[in-house]
Design a protein around this ligand. Structure first.
Ligand code: FE2
Length: 427
């Protein structure tokens, strides 16, 4: 006897009328038209059954702090960093945890079941680190949270000096943070930025950890830290374990240089995370017209076989006043900013918020195949493209075969592909 049988589902790869059978929290069968005794049976009515959404880049220590202690008036990256600096001394573990747990509730409702969050390690008290380690434990039954030790003020820069920030970062790793972060473009000089990349990659290699750096998050066409990141990845044998986040300077780089850079990145098996909602709002701020979009070269990086994800980055924090934990909104923006309107490209945008970030996080048992964890969500859409178009309602969200969230069908069902009900068209 099965625990759960879902029938008549569409899958992200285009298969229709599919059945997915679940036993003991695992997927035990995926095939067309399965009939079998089950404790629970769900007719998907042709709607899309998707593996859960995954966010490869977020800042959970800052989320939902909008307006604390004041609102970012200019809406710029630098005022956001300054504002975060004002907020940090005021943080308490209790309030930070409450905001993070609230966001995790929002995430579950949106079928977002795995999040890689950067956590600022420059506060010597490590309040945010300890609070998010506790949140990670509490949400483990429904969200897989991965923490990155993120030196927001730079490891070689800052009032407390280089060694202190690096010590804090190492301490954060010692108490359970998973991934080594960095911010080379924010160090004082290009040379210091390159040195920080080397030091942090060596630290990751020594400890057998993954790396995920905020890298070249600027409009400077001469920012070159991603080149250094690719080089250090190769030198230290970290292929496949290193992620460059943002990489917005690649938007502005000379095309000849990029024609050399992308093959180097591919050779190093670098992963890439673009953050379309944030890149389109924070980059190009010093431009008059035309204004640069600022998002990295997503279609070109995908074309050489690199793993590229779209991240949410911020929700209602010092850098971004909007957002709701909806990775389909992220994919929707990425699709537009990257002009990824071809059929295959639109499907790639869906992959960029599901299977691609799952690979970047190294999630085990992710996917809709026999042997995978029974984690998935039923969307009110018939395929991936329609899901992005409608930012589809998450009808039901399952974790290990158990229903953990549900949302009533939206009136946007009237906008599903095909004719609206009770409407007769002449052609
Ligand atoms: Fe970020």
């Amino acid at each position: 006897m099965l625990d759960l049988l879902i029938q008549n589902a569409s899958l992200p790869d285009g298969r229709q009328n599919m059945s997915v059978a679940v036993q003991d929290g695992k997927i035990v069968e995926v095939c067309a038209g399965l009939q079998a005794p089950s404790a629970e049976t769900l007719d998907a009515q042709g709607m899309l059954l998707s593996p859960p959404f995954v966010d490869a880049h977020f800042h959970m220590d800052a989320t939902l702090s909008y307006g604390l202690p004041r609102v970012n008036q200019s809406g710029t990256l630098l005022e956001g960093i300054a504002l975060w600096g004002e907020l940090k001394p005021l943080l308490t573990p209790e309030a930070l945890m409450e905001r993070a747990l609230t966001y995790c509730d929002w995430a579950v409702a949106k079928g977002l079941l795995a999040i890689r969050t950067h956590v600022d390690v420059c506060d010597p008290r490590l309040i945010a680190v300890e609070a998010l380690l506790e949140v990670k434990k509490r949400v483990a039954p429904y969200i897989e949270l991965q923490l990155v030790a993120f030196p927001q003020d730079g490891v070689l820069r800052g009032a407390q000096g280089a060694s202190q920030h690096m010590k804090n970062l190492v301490r954060a790793l010692d108490i359970g943070v998973d991934v080594v972060g960095g911010i080379p473009h924010f160090e004082r000089t290009m040379a210091d930025g390159a040195l920080s990349v080397r030091m942090l990659c060596e630290l990751a290699a020594e400890r057998g950890l993954m790396v995920d750096m905020h890298c070249d998050e600027s409009d400077d066409p001469h920012s070159r830290h991603v080149e250094t990141l690719a080089f250090e990845t190769q030198r230290l044998g970290l292929q496949g374990r290193v992620t460059g986040s943002h990489l917005t300077s690649m938007h502005s780089m000379d095309n000849y240089y990029v024609s050399k850079l992308i093959p180097l990145m591919a050779e190093a098996q670098l992963n890439v995370v673009a953050n379309p909602l944030i890149n389109i709002t924070l980059q190009g701020r010093n431009d008059s017209y035309p204004k640069r979009r600022g998002m990295t070269r997503v279609p070109e990086l995908m074309a050489v076989g690199m793993t590229v994800a779209f991240g949410h980055d911020c929700v209602m924090d010092p850098w971004y006043s909007l957002g709701s934990g909806d990775m389909l909104e992220v994919a929707h923006m990425g699709l537009h900013v990257g002009q990824m309107t071809g059929q295959a490209a639109m499907r790639q945008c869906f992959d960029a918020v599901t299977s691609n970030p799952a690979r970047i996080l190294g999630l085990q048992g992710y996917g809709l195949a026999v042997g995978c964890n029974a984690d998935f969500c039923l969307l009110q859409a018939r395929d991936c493209i329609e899901a992005i178009r409608l930012r589809a309602t998450r009808l039901k969200v399952f974790k290990r075969g158990l229903l953990i969230a549900q949302t009533p069908a939206s009136v946007s069902s009237l906008c599903l592909a095909g004719r609206p009900p009770q409407t007769t068209w002449a052609i």
